[in-house]
Design a binder for this molecule. Structure first.
Ligand SMILES: *[C@@H]1O[C@H](CO)[C@@H](O)[C@H](O)[C@H]1NC(C)=O
Ligand SMILES: *[C@@H]1O[C@H](CO)[C@@H](O)[C@H](O)[C@H]1NC(C)=O
Ligand SMILES: *[C@@H]1O[C@H](CO)[C@@H](O)[C@H](O)[C@H]1NC(C)=O
Ligand SMILES: *[C@@H]1O[C@H](CO)[C@@H](O)[C@H](O)[C@H]1NC(C)=O
Ligand SMILES: *[C@@H]1O[C@H](CO)[C@@H](O)[C@H](O)[C@H]1NC(C)=O
Ligand SMILES: *[C@@H]1O[C@H](CO)[C@@H](O)[C@H](O)[C@H]1NC(C)=O
Length: 569
């Protein structure tokens, strides 16, 4: 069993405070358990806790968390924390706690029964204290290692029968399917959540992953999900009760008309999954801005509306090929990150796993969506971590008001935001937590927060500027295209332009991409999202005063002298 890691003892608290001052962008201090306040997940002090999780797989045939043959469990847990995640969605199969034949095996025996000799040697070498534990004790050891590294855990019941998930015909998709016995499921959930009662870092139970298949229907969804939720809550009232939708957890639309009826409050959370392949090859083959607009609207209709109804919604699976070579993936990811930032969703990336012991019959199968490499020894792609890092801390929510509301201009394909890195330098992309913020006025100007300077378009291909003639048309920014992610303005010589990024990360104004070109055109460098934030920047305020006057062109100076500005705007 895990140690009570979030003890209220003063010494431990001050240690945590020390940690938070060292690593301010990661939320370490939490008064657990968690509960809900309208659409937000909050701690005992009512402060928002944003779940920035990664999925860690433990539901395959061997029923052992992946990677233990490659690295010591503490090394993996520490790595997860150091990558900026505060939580793991740990998958598990019902059989682990209901099937005595399987559940009574030790780790070694489980690998032996599947002929995975090499993995045994690996676990023996990397995790000698785990190799001869019963499977359930090994599972507990993983949870407790995560706890020791201040990582919260959502237990995700992924399947009943341990195997790779999912398809429509695997007999494990919906209540009453061959392997999916509802009573056994309730028993399994109850045992699991009881076992972790009192283990503080276990903060949630996801009742069942990706319901699907021929048998799925709304009435049974309510019947069994409500029953499962009650069972989980009465066995362990601390955990968030997380419900997944129909059609591979892409559809919760039925909740619009009929809410879940439970005897308890403050614990109910929903989850949704979103992958590129849900829309086939559309991202690659169609107009990407149109696809983004369409898919984002679908998401709001099928699940996003729940936020407006006052329920938290976790984007508990999304993922992309870490090699960055899949165009379909890349455009999808840009769109998804913009939506996730705008809604400030809680989320879980699929997956941390670098390779599997055994997946779909393949020993040692590589996971190209995995954050870690095949050997679990290093990151696959550090630029990906940069891309998601802005989303690892909350932009807003209860208790987050560090400063007054503003916008940050988020660039999803880099994960960075628009800011001025140096006094004299042009606007460029940099870490979102360094952004001073912008006010987007009703006149559609983007005012640098706390100043009278606004974002101004320059000549075609030139760096955008901060200027003071903010009523002119070159200071007016519309969000155009179906994705609403092109920020469009006009140059001083009246040409339509969009905000863009050049190869040196400088913010420039270029011809708007993909508005009139062919469908294969890639708009990503021009995708920006205005994201509501109350985060305060982590650096001291630079002054733009002197600098901006130096930046004034002769033309602007002339206008300023003649006071013509208001005529032109
Ligand atoms: C700001 O974010 C960057 C990554 O975007 C991170 O490396 C850095 O540590 C953060 N800084 C602070 C002070 O939070
Ligand atoms: C337990 O698991 C084994 C192996 O998958 C299976 O053959 C057996 O039917 C299961 N028993 C129960 C009660 O589910
Ligand atoms: C909700 O109810 C309306 C009217 O009764 C119906 O037209 C609609 O299809 C329902 N929506 C869902 C998602 O069930
Ligand atoms: C990492 O991802 C970026 C962007 O997606 C890509 O350009 C790069 O080639 C990737 N690097 C590796 C080592 O896969
Ligand atoms: C993984 O380890 C094997 C064996 O040590 C080595 O050959 C391979 O290059 C490593 N792969 C990576 C991605 O580090
Ligand atoms: C692509 O979509 C945008 C709107 O998002 C539209 O303005 C443009 O005409 C479309 N381009 C093509 C070639 O369909």
């Amino acid at each position: 069993m895990g140690k009570p890691l979030f003890s209220s003892s003063r010494m431990i608290l001050s240690l945590f405070l020390l940690f938070t001052t060292l690593l301010p962008q990661i939320q370490y201090v939490k008064a657990l358990p968690l509960s809900t306040n309208s659409r937000w997940i909050v701690d005992q002090n009512g402060k928002r806790v944003k779940l920035a999780c990664v999925n860690w797989v433990a539901h395959l045939e061997v029923m052992v968390a992946e990677g233990l043959s490659k690295q010591p469990v503490d090394v993996i847990s520490r790595r997860i924390a150091s990558m900026g995640f505060n939580c793991v969605r740990l998958t598990w199969p019902i059989y682990l706690v209901t099937n005595d034949t399987l559940g009574s095996l030790t780790v070694r025996q489980s690998f032996q029964s599947l002929g995975l000799v090499e993995s045994i040697a690996g676990i023996q070498a990397n995790n000698p204290s785990i190799v001869d534990l019963p499977l359930i004790k090994a599972f507990q050891a993983v949870v407790s290692s995560l706890g020791n590294n201040k990582v919260m855990v959502i237990l995700d019941n992924h399947v009943s029968r341990p195997t790779w998930c999912c398809n429509n015909y695997d007999g494990d998709g919906f209540f009453g399917d061959r392997y999916f016995d509802p009573d056994q499921w309730i028993t399994g959930l109850t045992r699991m959540v009881t076992m972790f009662n009192g283990v503080t870092n276990v903060v949630g139970m996801s009742l069942r992953n990706e319901l699907r298949g021929r048998k799925q229907n709304v009435n049974d969804w309510y019947k069994y999900m409500q029953k499962g939720a009650e069972a989980v809550h009465s066995a362990n009232p601390n955990v968030l009760v997380i419900l997944s939708g129909l059609n591979y957890d892409t559809d919760l639309s039925f909740l619009r008309n009929r809410s879940v009826s439970l005897t308890f409050t403050g614990k109910l959370v929903f989850e949704v999954h979103w992958y590129s392949f849900t829309d086939g090859e559309a991202w690659q083959n169609e107009n990407a801005s149109q696809v983004c607009g369409r898919v984002a609207n679908n998401l709001m209709r099928s699940s996003g509306f729940l936020l407006g109804q006052g329920y938290p919604l976790i984007l508990s699976e999304f993922g992309a090929d870490q090699r960055g070579t899949n165009v379909n993936n890349n455009r999808y990811l840009g769109c998804l990150l913009a939506v996730a930032a705008e809604l400030d969703l809680d989320w879980a990336y699929w997956t941390v796993v670098g390779s599997y012991y055994l997946r779909e019959g393949v020993i040692g199968r590589n996971e190209y969506y995995g954050l870690l490499n095949e050997n679990w020894s290093d990151l696959r792609n550090s630029s990906f971590l940069q891309q998601i890092s802005a989303l690892q801390s909350p932009f807003r929510g209860p208790g987050i008001s560090e400063t007054s509301a503003h916008k940050v201009i988020f660039h999803p394909s880099s994960g960075l935001c628009i800011l001025r890195k140096s006094m004299r330098g042009p606007l460029s992309l940099g870490p979102c937590n360094k952004s001073e913020g912008w006010n987007y006025t009703p006149q559609k100007t983007l005012l640098q927060k706390g100043t009278y300077f606004c974002l101004q378009a320059n000549k075609l291909g030139m760096p955008a500027k901060l200027g003071s003639f903010c009523s002119r048309s070159d200071s007016k920014w519309e969000t155009i295209s179906d994705s609403k992610m092109h920020l469009s303005s006009t140059t001083p010589d009246w040409r339509g332009v969009c905000l863009d990024v050049d190869s040196r990360n400088t913010i420039v104004t270029n011809t708007c991409k993909c508005l009139f070109e062919d469908n294969k055109c890639d708009p990503e460098s021009q995708w920006f999202k205005l994201v509501d934030s109350v985060r305060s920047p982590t650096t001291t305020k630079p002054s733009f005063q002197i600098d901006s006057i130096l930046d004034l062109s002769a033309n602007e100076l002339f206008r300023k002298i003649l006071n013509l500005d208001s005529f032109v705007g």
